[in-house]
Design a protein around this ligand. Structure first.
Ligand code: MF3
Ligand code: CO
Ligand code: CO
Length: 259
């Protein structure tokens, strides 16, 4: 096992700036989410926005990933590759996942967007997943153990009749894209490493309507889908452990103009 980095004040400020840009990029992307638009078009706009803000999209070239963002519709759990052939349709739910590198620092966040009118079942899945992330965030404070994040997320998702994806996890982030620790979204109470001020990591639960298992597309090597083709949803924030609790670094602040 590696070591969980405790970030310095200077590193925290850099990661905060990058995280806020990633969040603003999601705000910017929202205007393009409508029927008839390809996910590649959204990705192009996202890349332009990030570059214009003197940052770089971390996914591009990461282990060969070809695009600036991950865009994952409907039964895609995560790592959807933006494509000219993926055209948004009325009733779709999509996750857009943005990771920026600004002055060398990483910020990572994703949220769900809806296309036209979605079904009540899809809405319940999205609401539940959003609540799962927030329950996880509430567990962040010095002295608490990482396992309690996955414990509360899994308990709530199960109570709502959904399943937690266990093949992809949250992760330390900031100096690198993926650092220690691995943040599980289904875990046992009071297990795992102890949180300390200055740690920065993501919580990014992926919640499925049906079976929890993920299937990686054999052709592109990236796209993770549900095995039963039922819906999957995800929200992600980058979180700092403070002296008393947490700071959501990827929350929205007014430091960037959306243009
Ligand atoms: N942003 C994703 C995460 O939350 C990782 C994407 S890896 C990529 O960890 F290569 F697909 F971009
Ligand atoms: Co992440
Ligand atoms: Co992400």
């Amino acid at each position: 096992m590696g070591k969980i980095i405790i970030k310095t004040a200077e590193q925290i400020e850099g990661i905060r700036k990058s995280s806020r840009l990633a969040a603003k990029t999601l705000d910017f992307a929202e205007q393009f989410v409508k029927p008839g638009v390809s996910t590649e078009f959204i990705d192009d706009k996202v890349e332009e926005f990030i570059l214009k803000n003197n940052a770089v999209p971390a996914p591009k070239g990461y282990h060969g990933f070809p695009k600036a963002s991950c865009i994952s519709p409907n039964d895609v759990i995560c790592h959807g590759i933006p494509s000219e052939n993926t055209i948004l349709q009325d009733g779709d739910i999509i996750n857009i996942d943005i990771t920026t590198i600004l002055d060398g620092y990483y910020g990572d966040t994703s949220r769900m967007f809806t296309v036209g009118k979605i079904s009540p079942a899809a809405e319940k899945l999205i609401d539940t997943t959003f609540h799962c992330l927030n329950l996880g965030i509430e567990q962040v404070k010095p002295g608490n153990r990482f396992g309690n994040i996955g414990f509360v997320i899994n308990r709530y998702a199960k109570a709502k009749g959904f399943s937690v994806v266990y093949e992809f996890c949250g992760h330390g982030v900031g100096i690198e894209f993926h650092e220690e620790p691995q943040v599980d979204h289904a875990s046992r109470k009071n297990t795992g490493a102890v949180m300390k001020p200055g740690m920065i990591f993501t919580i990014e639960p992926m919640i499925n309507q049906g079976k929890s298992k993920a299937d990686i597309d054999k052709n592109d090597g990236w796209t993770a889908r549900t095995t039963d083709n039922k819906l999957s949803a995800q929200f992600e924030h980058t979180i700092l452990v403070t002296e008393t609790g947490y700071e959501v670094l990827t929350d929205i602040h007014e430091d960037y103009e959306i243009t």
